[in-house]
Design a protein around this ligand. Structure first.
Ligand code: UDX
Length: 460
């Protein structure tokens, strides 16, 4: 087409807001649609309702340039656009492993119903394989007479915390179920990343849907693999961090996603592997379901293992013990606490009677919403004050800046469990701390308990 396609983006969460801003940055007229008027209003002023580095600046830039706007009026946005990206959520269903597809189905049907001229509907949400085919029937039944609609699948691989860079310069672009016409439109939409050599994979609908969930399943498997190896390391007296470095030098393996520790959380990996378990069982493909079941179990057991270590460090019970928790977000560079292993551990210790005090550089507000009864601190120092044991549960940069000598003056017991294997352990030991990671044969927890006994007996 002579004029560039105009774009609507349905759903403005991490995925949609970032995609809309990136499309504007690539030169297109973009309208973001959200059913939540507060969200649409905030984004219209360049305020992003979650923490994502670089995104507020990019949105503000293009709201100001006039290329990007946000609305709650889906019909209006669809009437004014040619390509419609479906970016709504597919959360885990309550009481089931399956994904809740009602948002995707509703959004797709609404777009189809609102079409006033031929349109290309592009699915970006993460969905179980087979969904897109079903959406095609929904579209066929909803599109007004005389208007042609096409549906293709174009999964998104962005990471929270790096969403802007991942969207502007993706590792690959996957488009599934295209015709010659829709492939040409997609090549135009992604002309910028394609021009710099980003690989384009053109495939069928089902493959496009599955690439996304397989990528997440593989990443999750890598993490649970190294956590399983960490268990052997511990009993065998090996060090999993050194082992991971050595493994990572093999380019077939790679060093990323081999950090042993508290395991994965967030709004994607856990629910996506569970949805794949559910879907593959439905399809009778049990191998991947069994494999991922193990991956999920290993991952959840990491949380229990950290809780056990905290209990052990406190001599068997955390009742009335003060536990300082560093980190609440499911990973650094985000304020997202959905399925956060850190908050999960903190809440479990609170339930066992500990006085848990949590500090996180960005995620206190979101954590407070989810767990209002927990106690929150404004700094590392405040979380550490009077603590019997400290837990590092999210590896924020600023935790590496902590001076263990200074921090020791604030705690009752200089004991820290580094559940992300993140700190420079020798430095902490030198400062008189007992530090224990996951997956190395340290006896320091036991030593901490001994030391505590010693202190009690000598009356401190
Ligand atoms: C993930 C995928 O990476 C992304 O491609 C997809 O589009 C969405 O899901 P995200 O949820 O933002 O992205 O988080 P990611 O960076 O993948 O981290 C997931 C979890 O794994 C975090 O809780 C992190 O702490 C944990 N993790 C990661 C480890 O425990 N060890 C590692 O070595 C790496």
């Amino acid at each position: 087409p002579a004029t560039p396609p105009r774009i609507s983006v349905i759903g403005t969460g991490y995925l949609g807001a970032t995609h809309a801003a990136a499309m504007a940055e690539m030169g297109f007229e973009v309208i973001g649609v959200d059913s939540d008027p507060l969200k649409a209003a905030a984004l219209s002023e360049g305020r992003v309702p979650f923490f994502e580095p670089g995104l507020p600046e990019l949105i503000l830039k293009h709201v100001s340039s006039g290329r990007l706007r946000f609305t709650t009026d889906l019909a209006d946005a669809v009437a004014l656009s040619d390509v419609h990206f479906i970016c709504v959520g597919t959360p885990q269903q309550r009481g089931s492993n399956a994904a809740n597809l009602s948002y995707v189905e509703d959004a797709t049907a609404s777009v189809a119903r609102s079409l006033t001229h031929d349109g290309l509907i592009v699915g970006k949400s993460t969905v179980p394989v087979g969904t897109a085919q079903r959406l095609r029937s929904i579209i066929a039944a909803s599109t007004p007479v005389g208007v042609a609609a096409e549906l293709i699948w174009n999964p998104e691989f962005l990471r929270e915390g790096k969403a802007v860079a991942d969207t502007l310069t993706p590792d690959r672009i996957v488009i599934g179920g295209v015709t010659a016409r829709s492939e040409a439109i997609m090549r135009e939409v992604y002309a910028m990343p394609l021009a710099t050599g980003t690989p384009l994979v053109v495939c069928d609908l089902a493959t496009a849907e599955l690439v996304k969930v397989s990528a997440n399943a593989f990443l999750a498997t890598k993490i649970s693999f190294i956590n399983a190896i960490a268990e052997v390391c511990e009993v065998a007296g090996a060090d999993v961090s050194v082992l991971a470095d050595a493994l990572g030098h093999d380019v077939r393996i790679g060093r990323q996603f081999l950090n042993a520790g508290l395991g994965f959380g967030g709004g994607c990996l856990p629910k996506d592997i569970r949805a794949l378990i559910h879907r593959s069982r439905e399809l009778g493909a049990t191998k991947v379901a069994d494999l991922l079941q193990q991956v999920d179990e290993i991952n959840m057991s990491q949380r229990l293992s950290v809780i056990d270590r905290a209990l052990e460090a406190c001599g068997g019970s955390v009742l009335n013990r003060r536990i300082g928790v560093l980190g609440a977000a499911f990973k650094p560079l985000t304020d997202d606490v959905r399925d956060s292993p850190a908050l999960n551990v903190a809440a479990a210790l609170h339930l066992r009677g500990a006085q848990v005090v949590i500090y996180d550089p960005e995620a206190i507000a979101t954590a407070q919403q989810m767990f209002p009864t927990l106690t929150y601190a404004d700094s590392v120092e405040e979380a550490a004050n009077g603590s019997d044991v400290l837990l590092l549960l999210t590896e924020w940069d600023e935790f590496r800046e902590i001076d263990p000598v200074e921090l020791k003056k604030r705690v009752v017991m200089p004991v820290i469990i580094d559940a992300r294997n993140y700190l420079d352990a020798p430095r902490w030991v030198e400062a008189g701390w007992s530090i224990t990671g996951l997956g190395s044969n340290t006896k320091s927890v036991a030593r901490a308990a001994d030391r505590q006994l010693e202190l009690l007996m000598t009356g401190r």
